[in-house]
Every structure is written in structure tokens, then in C-alpha cells.
Design a protein around this ligand. Sequence first.
Ligand code: CO8
Length: 258
Amino acid sequence: MAYETIIVEIEDHIALVKLNRPDAMNALNDQLLTELADAMKSAQENDKVRCIVLTGSEKAFAAGADIKMMSEKSYTEVLTEDLFGAEIAEIKSVRKPIIAAVSGYALGGGCELAMMCDFIIAGDNAKFGQPEVNLGVMAGIGGTQRLPQAIGKAKAMDMNLTGRFMDAEEAERSGLVSRVVPAKKLMEEAMAAAAKIAEKSMISVMLIKEAVDKSFEVPLSEGLLMERRMFHSLFATEDQKEGMAAFIDKRTPQFRDK
Ligand code: CO8
């Protein structure tokens, strides 16, 4: 698929996916989400890719779903076409790690898209918000579900009900983002984090992602058992033998994803 609303670059085992609708603050429309889902699927299937970085522009990661597109739609249309449902499911099915590198606005569906990634690195100019309430609607891709998981009920209610924005410093303090870095260094830091992950065994990496995600969905006892069995299962891999041998030999491990 040729892309018009995103740019994808693959280098050194990292797929860098850049949202690219500069005239609309990277607002998410059908085309952008279709292309993004396709790019994510391709990255998942491409053996060269070991980590994905999703970013926007300096001014906006994404200012939400496209209000101009949505304003034309009826209830019947959004319900029957299940607006964004298939694309979101495709992005969520990616088993490789995805880092969101957020500069500028991450609002509404943009904040939700960032939260669908495995972690968020924010530039110090980042602003997060769920302002859908100002439009007479509400969050629809996780703003009332993933946001409370990330920052707790009080702040999630505050953000969803008032529509206020949260700056990068508050987002880090609240647990929404893993780190805040100077905006000018955002891509360097995000790519360095991705490169670190790309060095690891993909088998461990994918199981870690799956286990942490499951922790939000299963009871603790089930989650702990699943985690222990996953840990046990890694002893069937050559990478476990290599990783532990390399530690003992005081050398860098050479993982082969086997
Ligand atoms: N949709 C469409 N166009 C947008 C959007 C958007 N979300 N955000 C910005 N734009 C456009 C503006 O209309 C403007 O276009 P134009 O030049 O043609 O008028 C251009 O981008 C630049 O924007 P501004 O002039 O407004 O720039 P400012 O720097 O003054 O303001 C803001 C930047 C604060 C980001 C402002 O544009 C804004 O408030 N944007 C809307 C934010 C918002 O409300 N987001 C939530 C949208 S709803 C949503 O995300 C629902 C998600 C759930 C979907 C569920 C499906 C199941």
C-alpha cells in the first residue's frame, strides 16, 4: 500500500512510523488509520523489524479524531461501519513493542493512540488531553478505560470531564508517560530506547509485552501463574542459554530469536 498520510522508514531493525497530516494537526481520519493499521501489520510481519516508534510532528502527535470527517456522520453510519474498530484492533494486535514519541498535542484519539502503544516518551512540550466532552461526545478509543489505568480515577475523571490538558511534567508525575526529555532530543531518545529493545531476544520481548498487557485483564493470581509459566517456557529457548552463558562469560549476548 502506498501511504499518503503517514511516512514509514525502516532502519537498524526499527520501524519509524510518522503521522503526516500537517494541515490537520495529524487528526485521525479513515485514510490515516487504514494506512497506520497497514504499516503496523507490515512491521509485525517484517522479520527485520524488532521495535516500532510511532510519532507525529513537533507541533502535534495527533490532535484527535478528525472532527470535520466525524461531523458529517450519522449514528447509523458510525455504528454500522464500527468507526475505527477494525483499524484499532489491527494496531492492538501487534506483538512487537511500540514506543510513542509524543511532541506537542496528543488529544482525544491522539492521546488514546499514544496510550495504545507500549509506553510513551514525551517531549517537554507535550500536551495530553481528552477534550471530546467539549464536542458533545466522549472518548471512544480508551480515554475512559486506559487513562484511569494509567493515571488513576481522579485525574482521569478530571481530564475527561473538564477536557483540560495535562503538560508533560504532570503526565510523567501521573504515570502517563515513562520519561520526559527536551523536545529537541525526543526522537534521539525514542530511537535509542527502541535500539536497546531491538538488541534483546524478540521471544522475551514479545512475552513481556503480552504479560504486562494481560495484567490489566486477569485476576492477580491468574496473572502471576501465567507469568511464571511464561518464565518457565523461556528455558526452552536457545536465547535463554545464550543470555545466561554470556552473563557468566562477561560478554555481550548474541540473541538469535530461537
Ligand atoms: N480534527 C480535524 N481538524 C483538526 C483537528 C481535529 N481533531 N485538530 C486540529 N485540526 C485542524 C484545525 O481545524 C485547523 O485547520 P484549518 O487551518 O483548516 O482551520 C488546523 O488543524 C490547525 O488547528 P488550529 O488552527 O486549531 O491550531 P491551534 O494551534 O490554534 O490549536 C489545538 C491546536 C488546540 C490542537 C486545536 O486545533 C484543537 O483544539 N483541536 C481539536 C482537539 C480535539 O477536540 N480533539 C478531540 C477530537 S474527537 C476525538 O478524538 C474522538 C476520538 C474517539 C473516536 C472513537 C471512534 C470509535
